[in-house]
Design a protein around this ligand. Sequence first.
Ligand code: AMP
Length: 364
Amino acid sequence: MNDEPPVKPGMIVGILGGGQLGRMLALAAAELGLSCHIYCPDQKSPAFAVAASRTIAPYDDQAALAAFAESVDIVTFEFENIPTETLRFLAERVTVLPGPASLEPTQDRLSEKQLIVDIGIPVPPFAPVAEQADIYSALARTGRPAVLKTRRFGYDGKGQAAIRAGDDPVGAWRAIGQAPAILEAHVPFAREVSVVLARARDGTTRAYDVVENVHKDGILATSTVPANLAPDLTKQAMDIGERIAAALGHVGVLAVELFVMERGADRLLVNEIAPRVHNSGHWTTDGCLCSQFEQHIRAIAGWPLGDTARHSDAVMTNLIGDDASRWQEIVGESGARLHLYGKAESRPGRKMGHVNRISPRSGP
Ligand code: AMP
């Protein structure tokens, strides 16, 4: 991979997926003199408004994919529910980074957990649930409370059901649509943090400061840097991120979400890997010289990675549903920077934008 020539200014980056992450990647690419071609089945994709070209077609449309591959210099993706066959089809025609090896294990909660465990990193106790009868043996492994999660296509708390003391496990199985799942122990974490890092084509990595996340109803609400995390745990979290990125042979930005336990032998448990730019890295746009979006473009393009040092403290707040109607108040606030995604329709639970509130850098 390192032998391939770098992508140069003037060339075209193809992005699979047209959501807000694709939009912010396209904006960052434009600042580096690259243009973007967005491929997305959804006609109303927020990324279209800021990209030079678009293809509106399903992910299994081989003619459209072949034409897309022909028209771009490199392909990347902005969300992990792209079929791996799509990525493989494209990879036969054009450089695709991150490659299918990053996408495949992270699309499925079971293979993701197994990969993490195989490299010796702790996760909450879990067991696979392929059919209804498996729930009981899985519960014996995890205890209650537990969370049943579909193996595929879950995001923002969707495809999840809690099993507390007294709950009927079959009700949870029905609630997630009786899909192949995993059952996880519901862990009493003290806080949630994530590591956002980039891995370059030559395997060098650069991580942003560890960020502390608060979720509401399964959706990220705020991300704060610096995180309230002891230096030894900070170092461990960074190390976990690097080991996972190396195990995947990842090129690009990657995020690892972690639970921080108050006590115990394993204070950090991995919750989830995202093989892409991540919501908990949105603060970097205004808190660092090189945002996660620019960093992803640099990494896949074969450029040196950018500076990840935090020049400011930051609190990123997601604007969900009607929150975005307060845009006028937010743009009037000093130290606040508003980012709206240009989505026409607001729905409860839909991410409409975010605001980064910046203050002078404190502490380490
Ligand atoms: P996920 O989509 O798996 O990242 O879950 C969304 C959020 O639900 C997490 O960020 C946690 O706040 C919570 N959650 C998920 N799994 C667990 C677990 N095993 N124990 C405790 N909280 C969890």
